[in-house]
Write a protein that binds this ligand. Structure first.
Ligand code: G
Ligand code: G
Ligand code: MN
Ligand code: NA
Length: 253
């Protein structure tokens, strides 16, 4: 309850900040976008991990104003980098199921874009397989409305949650993000088989593929060899602040 009250105050006092984690295209050797990740600077406890406060934010509904804030902030920052002359990049924002299902979502996205002037093609949302717990027609219609705004949709942590193979071909999405778990244990025969299966599936369905949690050159070469050239992970870059991203953009584009 302590954290819950603190979180309410944090939304009000804007105690959050955003870090951006690079995505890298190993086949072209260039930047391939970034992911916005929220952080909380608690006045007494210091930096708190989203793993601790996102579940509370979801239960209390505070995730909705928080997501409205981070989406606006990510769009504003992205537009600013472009105005400074950096090569345009797509920035993705994570959506909890609660936000995905919310009536406010389309308005939230439109406000973020119109408020900052960012071209919709430079915004992406990341959803997880847990959205598949509700009715498929409702999910498809929500996905189509999001897409009509011109933004992209990625399926995050793919392969780790609800088995979604039966409906994957019906979902209007652009990208599959291969869960870190498989990448971490890519040398084990079974994980290797799963990675290969996900890549084959993604290609057959004309989806873009991104591998998450890439920490070593061996993992990168393995994934690239299978045809998944876009990577995210500590090997290519940790979540960084806006100035570190400027630094990265100036050497990576
Ligand atoms: O950045 P880090 O690895 O600590 O994130 C931990 C978890 O918090 C990840 O599952 C990540 O997707 C999630 N997360 C980070 N930022 C956001 C956000 O703005 N919204 C939501 N819903 N989840 C986020
Ligand atoms: O659930 P989602 O995929 O959005 O979560 C991303 C989380 O993964 C972030 O908290 C980020 O800090 C973390 N992350 C990103 N790259 C790596 C990596 O190479 N290794 C590990 N262990 N975590 C990573
Ligand atoms: Mn993500
Ligand atoms: Na992920």
């Amino acid at each position: 309850l302590g954290l819950e009250n603190d979180l309410r105050r944090a939304v009000h006092n804007q105690e959050f900040f955003v870090l951006y984690q690079p995505k890298w295209d190993a086949s072209s050797g260039k930047a391939a976008g970034m992911e916005a990740l929220i952080r909380w600077r608690h006045p007494e406890l210091g930096i708190i991990s989203p793993a601790e406060f996102i579940p509370i934010a979801e239960e209390t509904g505070l995730i909705i104003p928080m997501t409205r804030w981070i989406m606006g902030e990510a769009c504003r920052q992205n537009q600013q980098w472009q105005e400074e002359g950096f090569e345009p990049q797509c920035v993705s924002v994570n959506l909890s199921v609660r936000v995905f299902e919310s009536q406010n979502l389309l308005d939230m996205i439109q406000c973020a874009l119109s408020g900052t002037g960012l071209d919709a093609k430079y915004l992406e949302v990341e959803i997880t397989e847990s959205i598949l717990a509700s009715d498929i027609q409702g999910i498809i219609s929500q996905l189509m409305k999001i897409r009509e705004l011109g933004i992209k949709i990625a399926m995050d942590d793919f392969g780790s949650g609800y088995s979604s193979l039966g409906s994957l071909d019906k979902l209007p999405i652009d990208t599959l993000k291969i869960d870190q778990l498989f990448v971490r244990e890519y040398e084990s025969g079974s994980k290797k088989a799963i990675i290969q299966a996900i890549i084959t599936l993604g290609k057959q369905l004309n989806l873009e593929l991104i591998a998450e949690g890439v920490e070593t050159i061996e993992q990168s070469e393995f994934l690239n060899g299978l045809g998944c050239s876009i990577m995210q992970g500590y090997y290519y870059g940790r979540p960084m602040n806006e100035d570190q991203i400027r630094e990265w953009l100036s050497t990576s584009t």
